[in-house]
Design a protein around this ligand. Structure first.
Ligand SMILES: [Fe+2]
Length: 478
């Protein structure tokens, strides 16, 4: 691994980071980020980046000042590897390829999403249970299983918090073991208690990375990636890409049981993340940044052909479903011609409700640096954030500057009562020319003006897949 993906095994604290510009004085909270770093090199050369060790970091922001802290998540894998001084764990989600001495241990790497819920901070990864993290020290406190009431062996990296009820809708796929078709869906009360469980099976085992919720439905999109017990027994990577499979989207009433599931099918796409969804009577609308082909160049094709190296393209798509119809298909449209990455967000106050804005990173081809750093990566790196106005079909853009690639953005409302989409976008810019990280803060009222503040780290911050903003009062931050 080199360039933007080179592993830096760093844990460090920085107080009073250098700030260029002015951070709004009323911005009071912490931006938590989670990603993966190879603490030790992979045991096999064809292991994949999804299997790197979880590293959690935070930028604590208050009164215009910023402190940074980053720590590895102390998973059982991390602890065992540290003791051995090497990586004892084999291929991603194929425990049969582990060293026999660690096959009884929890193998998750906890490297995908930080979640703040019910007064706790969690590190999430879809192949295991959440790890509870101290929100101040970033120490790993242990695993969470809902006081024994969460029965799935896995917990998604993308649970959804209903802003109306305060509930958390979450699930685990391959819930009863590797390559199982079992999915367990859960509702957690605002104080973190497991209140409801629904068990169902999917038409075929696939990456079920994200869901969407409305006030009345839960939506499960997936497609293309698959696995089998035979693959695992043969010592292969867990996932392959099978272009002969359909895209599948399940829709279940929030108060329904397994028998109420409707399965819809469509031409194959790569369905990883969603923006949001809402229900209006029998019509369910899903907005999502789905790709037109396999997003991950390191996942092999099922038929043995080499993975296509060209980049899959993502767009802001709108899918509509008519639950009154007996048809098992949906209507789909691409809302903007802009090719985007699939890491984005919405105003969290509008999750499950009709929303006007989506935010996403994308690579503005007109502003790619001469150094070529952005185009040498194995997948497109963003140099801009866009605010897509789905009502007026307008796009406003923030540009991070030459030689910078952007991690996923996070939207912070200007105030509790601010209109939708009015606030700040924050995210980490990786400045490849200076080999350092810069936290950028932009005002959504004028994204084209660039950042209003930039927090300069003298070296690279920890890695990020996803990040989340936690306001003062949601967690004990100090
Ligand atoms: Fe994700």
């Amino acid at each position: 691994l080199s360039g933007p993906f080179e592993s830096r095994r760093l844990e460090f604290d920085l107080f009073d980071c250098e700030v260029q510009g002015t951070i709004p004085k009323d911005l009071d909270g912490a931006f938590y980020r989670l990603g993966g770093v190879w603490c030790y090199p992979p045991r096999f050369p064809n292991d994949i980046p999804l299997h790197s060790d979880g590293h959690i970091s935070r930028f604590r922001i208050r009164t215009g000042r910023v402190d940074y802290r980053g720590r590895f998540v102390r998973t059982e894998r991390y602890v065992a590897n540290r003791a051995a001084g090497r990586n004892l764990f084999g291929l991603y989600r194929n425990r049969l390829t582990d060293d026999p001495s660690v096959q009884h241990l929890d193998g998750t790497v906890a490297n995908t999403t930080p979640l703040a819920f019910a007064g706790k901070l969690f590190a999430l990864k879809e192949d295991g249970l959440p790890h509870v993290i101290d929100p101040l020290t970033l120490e790993t406190l242990g695993r969470w299983n809902g006081a024994g009431r969460f029965h799935s062996q896995t917990f998604t990296a993308h649970p959804k918090r209903d802003p109306v009820s305060g509930e958390l809708i979450t699930f685990g796929y391959e819930a009863t073991g590797p390559a199982s078709r079992d999915v367990f869906l859960y509702t957690l009360s605002p104080d973190g208690e497991v209140k409801r469980e629904v068990r169902f099976q999917v038409p075929y085992v696939s990456v079920m990375h994200d869901i969407a919720i409305t006030q009345h439905h839960v939506i499960f999109p997936f497609g293309g990636y698959t696995t089998s017990p035979e693959r695992l027994a043969a010592g292969q990577l867990h996932w392959c890409w099978d272009a002969s499979l359909p895209s599948v989207i399940g829709i279940l009433p929030r108060n329904g049981d397994a028998g109420d599931m409707r399965w819809f099918k469509g031409p194959l796409q790569c369905m990883m993340h969603t923006f949001n969804a809402h229900s209006a009577g029998d019509i369910v609308t899903l907005d999502a940044p789905f790709y037109d082909a396999n997003l991950f160049p390191f996942v092999p094709n099922h038929d043995g052909s080499p993975p296509r190296r060209e980049h899959a393209k993502g767009y802001v798509r709108r899918l509509t479903f008519d639950l009154s119809s007996r048809q098992d298909s949906w209507h789909e449209s691409i809302l903007f011609p802009t090719v985007i990455g699939d890491l984005g967000c919405i105003d969290p106050r509008f999750l499950s409700l009709p929303q006007r804005y989506c935010f996403a990173g994308y690579q503005d081809p007109q502003r790619v640096a001469e150094s070529g750093i952005l185009t040498r990566a194995p997948w497109p790196l963003a140099n801009s954030y866009a605010r897509f106005d789905l009502q007026d079909r307008r796009v406003e853009s923030y540009f991070a500057g030459p030689d910078c690639s952007l991690d996923e953005c996070c939207f912070i409302p200007r105030s509790a009562g601010a209109p939708e989409g009015d606030g700040y976008l924050i995210g980490v810019a990786n400045n490849h020319a200076r080999d350092r990280s810069e936290l950028v803060v932009a005002d959504t009222r004028n994204l084209a003006a660039g950042d209003i503040a930039r927090v300069i780290l003298p070296l690279r911050a920890g890695p990020q897949v996803h990040g989340t903003w936690v306001g003062q009062g949601e967690l004990p931050l100090d």
